[in-house]
Ligand binder design. Structure first.
Ligand code: CMP
Length: 178
């Protein structure tokens, strides 16, 4: 689907970079915490996306043919945010970071799309990791700060919620009275 946002020359350039790889079920293709210099498109089979949750492996997603993964490390230069394991025999296209980013210079919309998808997935992972106990320890604000620092993004415009902003009364009080 990502390729739909490229024109024909762009698609051709990407296909020239693609390396086809086949892995048996159970192969860990990407390991959480490791540096990442490629991203992948699934041609056949499926993968399990999981994160280490205080020593316990927690599955956060399953991805199948047509989906991609590994974009977060490629776009943000951060370590892999999750582990990705072949759930069945897996056929992938692998794209190396440096040449891909070079192609995407000409397609900023596609790069933006990848970045947005990465943020959405990170938020999703964080939500799934945050059961009530951890939520209390970490705090939603701390979690969001972490997330947005990780992706060097501004905080979303809806944060903090308006009802947490200083009330009109207190701001009136701090205004000079004229
Ligand atoms: P990256 O951090 O490079 O390596 C692990 C990949 O797993 C990550 O990029 C995403 O592509 C993918 N990933 C992480 N969290 C999720 C999620 N919640 N849903 C789907 N894919 C995810």
């Amino acid at each position: 689907k990502l390729f739909e946002f490229l024109d024909e020359p762009g698609r051709q350039r990407m296909m020239d970079l693609a390396q086809r790889q086949v892995f048996p079920a159970g192969t860990r293709v990407v390991a959480e915490g490791e540096p990442g210099d490629s991203f992948f498109v699934i041609l056949r089979g499926s993968v399990k996306v999981s994160v280490d949750d205080f020593g316990q492996e927690k599955q956060v997603a399953t991805l199948g043919p047509g989906s991609f993964f590994g974009e977060i490390a490629v776009i943000t230069a951060q370590p892999r945010s999750a582990s990705v394991t072949a759930a069945a025999e897996l056929e992938l296209l692998r794209f190396d970071k440096v040449p891909v980013l070079d192609v995407l210079k000409a397609y900023p919309r596609v790069k933006e799309l990848l970045a947005k998808m990465g943020v959405r997935r990170s938020e999703d992972t964080l939500e799934k990791m945050m059961d009530l106990g951890q939520e209390r320890v970490l705090g939603i604000e701390a979690g969001l700060n972490l997330l947005h620092r990780r992706h060097s993004l501004e905080k979303p415009r809806w944060w903090p919620p308006a009802r947490w902003a200083p009330s009109p009364r207190s701001s009136r009080n701090s205004m000079p009275c004229g």
